[in-house]
Design a protein around this ligand. Sequence first.
Ligand code: SAM
Length: 252
Amino acid sequence: MSSPVCFVGAGPGAPDLLTLRAADRLRHADRLIWTDSLVSPAIAELVPAKCERIRTSHLTLEDVLPLLIEGYRTGLRVVRLHDGDPALYSAINEQICTLNDEGIPLEVVPGVSAYQAAAAALERELTVPGVVQTIVLSRAGGRTGVPEREQLERLASIGASLCLYLSARHVEEVQQMLLHHYPDDTPVAIGHRVSWPDQWLTIVPLREMAQTSRERSLIRTTLYIISPALVPGPERSRLYSPDHVHLFRPNR
Ligand SMILES: C[S@@+](CC[C@H](N)C(=O)[O-])C[C@H]1O[C@@H](n2cnc3c(N)ncnc32)[C@H](O)[C@@H]1O
């Protein structure tokens, strides 16, 4: 029986941020179809030498689908490798719908998303009690657009830790709009190719977000985290407080 077509999250770039399951699927792949515009070549190299490797940066969905379908039907272990976590801006939805229509089984292996890698590299928590308890993952409208109800203006009004993907090209408008809702000294983490050997990661005040991006010519593979939680402070969670009793730590 053929193995399910496997959508694998490659994580942000560093091969050692792959999950064990992702590494296993790569090690056993017969056909790798990978998003070479965003996935590190070091990860694509983890497949066996005999594995067929297909880059997708120059392909359309119509090119990719037959590679998945025909691969499965000829008994190949097909891995479709996307950057980060496949649940976020990976365009797996349309691939999955087609495989469902064709009756082809599939599996999705999660990955570390760029915002998680950036927060970890900064050694910061994005949900600090008393400061912010919500993380919003979104993007500037751009060419693809976002539904009206999810306009950045509305999301920013919450004041949450706001992680913006795919937004570097629109950073001027983004900064201008965010300044309506966050103080101009709110820390903004700017991460370019986080976890890659040439990672660049910094924190600037919101008022310098666009200028810094421009100076570094950031366009691609850039993530922004706008968050009051990035201000270092001693606020602590109640979870480990001696007076906080719960199931695993009843009254002592
Ligand atoms: C098509 S989206 C895919 C997101 C991916 N599925 C994830 O969970 O991270 C690509 C965008 O993710 C962000 N991104 C992905 N990897 C990144 C990295 N290593 N460093 C900074 N941003 C990254 C950038 O905003 C980039 O434009």
